[in-house]
Design a protein around this ligand. Structure first.
Ligand code: CP
Length: 324
């Protein structure tokens, strides 16, 4: 018997959003279309819709974040939800309370959604399998496993600039090994049907299993980004590295740092993306990060609409700014 995807309810609607892997193309397109309707709301002078009025969203960030935490908070507020930001270092977990006991207490306060970031892969899935039936869990990044809302805001940004996914060649450059963003992007891009996904990096930062995900591997940046439509740069994730995987940051920049000169082999209208935080002079030169082909800050803006879409869909199947 086929095992039911824990992320979906019996009607096949989104209940939790833990990973892009295993979700249908139709559902991903639904998230993008719903986000498109919210993008208009975020540019109005009154940036609120009443879809989640009376609902309570809890941000539970066990790991540092700037973009994800704040855009989840803004997204929830723009949907008129109440938002609790739990400061983990100042919470009772620092007095020995278990994670599940903390969650049980939040459930007792009639919260509706947990947005979870954790340094352990599988943490959001673990929480989703223990919460009460009325609670939705959104994965805001777990270890090196998945960062599904980041991937969807990246897909939204690509669709805004390029339209159809089918003809596109997309290059993902850098520390693929430790990147939850890269894994989620690869699943999203292949599900949405892009022509080609390339991953580029030194052998020490490309995991062996990557070939099973239907991507093409390159170890030369120039060869890898030649003729592509989209270049996605990634940060070196030192916090997840064990052992010396690189000779030095200078050597890495020399080989894999994106400069205007290296970017010249991509398509003339190629866009440059980065999930952030960026490390200037390590994976990307400032002339590219701040240049005309960079859409890095647009990604951040789009994160609000995409997170509004995911939250509203998970909490009651609401569709779009009109709720229709
Ligand atoms: N892209 C991203 O996850 O950034 P933060 O770590 O700042 O949330």
């Amino acid at each position: 018997m086929k095992r039911r995807n824990i992320q979906l309810d019996k009607q096949g609607r989104l209940r939790h959003f833990l990973t892009v892997e295993g979700l249908s193309r139709a559902l991903l397109v639904d998230i993008l279309d719903t986000a498109e309707s919210f993008a208009g709301v975020t540019s109005q002078s009154v940036k609120k819709v009443p879809l989640l009025r009376g609902r309570t969203v809890v941000n539970l960030f066990f790991e540092a974040s700037t973009r994800t935490r704040t855009t989840f908070e803004l997204a929830a507020k723009r949907l008129s939800a109440d938002v609790l930001n739990i400061h983990i270092s100042a919470s009772a977990t620092s007095k020995g309370e278990t994670l599940l006991d903390t969650l049980a207490n939040l459930e007792a306060m009639q919260c509706d959604m947990f947005v979870v970031r954790h340094d352990k892969s599988g943490a959001a899935h673990f929480i989703a399998s223990h919460v009460a039936p009325h609670i939705s869990v959104i994965n805001a990044g777990d270890g090196s496993h998945a960062h599904p809302t980041q991937a969807m805001l990246d897909m939204f940004t690509i669709r805004r600039h390029k339209g159809d996914f089918y003809p596109l060649s997309v290059a993902i450059v850098g520390d693929i090994m430790h990147s939850r963003v890269a894994r989620s992007q690869i699943h999203a891009l292949t599900t949405l049907g892009v022509n080609e996904v390339r991953v580029i990096g030194p052998k020490t930062l490309i995991p062996r299993y990557i070939n099973t995900l239907g991507v093409h591997v390159f170890h030369s940046l120039r060869e890898g980004i030649r003729g592509v439509d989209v270049v996605i740069m990634l940060r070196l994730q030192h916090e997840r590295m064990s052992g010396a995987l690189l000779p030095s940051e200078q050597e890495y920049y020399h080989c894999y740092g994106l400069t205007e000169e290296k970017l010249s082999v991509a398509k003339p209208d190629a866009v440059v993306m980065h999930p952030g935080p960026i490390n200037r002079g390590v994976e990307i030169d400032s002339t590219v990060a701040d240049g005309p082909r960079s859409v890095i800050l647009q990604q951040v803006t789009h994160g609000i609409a995409v997170r509004m879409a995911v939250m509203s869909m998970a909490l009651g199947g609401q569709r779009g700014a009109s709720g229709g």
